[in-house]
Write a protein that binds this ligand. Sequence first.
Ligand SMILES: [Zn+2]
Ligand SMILES: [Zn+2]
Length: 83
Amino acid sequence: MSEKLCPVCNKELVLEEAGYPMGSAFLKSDRIHVDIYSCPECHRVELFQANSDMVKCPKCGTLHSAKEECAICALNKALDGER
Ligand SMILES: [Zn+2]
Ligand SMILES: [Zn+2]
């Protein structure tokens, strides 16, 4: 893992929010996910494009956003609940 350092004071940045969905307000279709880091020293906020955006569901193997519940499992859960 590479450390994220504040470009101003060289402090290690603290991860505030991982895989935050962004872009829907700016872009028509493509949403990007960003990791939001902040500097504990100067409170500068840095955004990094999340590379661990998609996670593989351990249950069904579907790729989905780390911030969102697996759609397939959510559907299965809903269907199970109706039985
Ligand atoms: Zn700083
Ligand atoms: Zn799943």
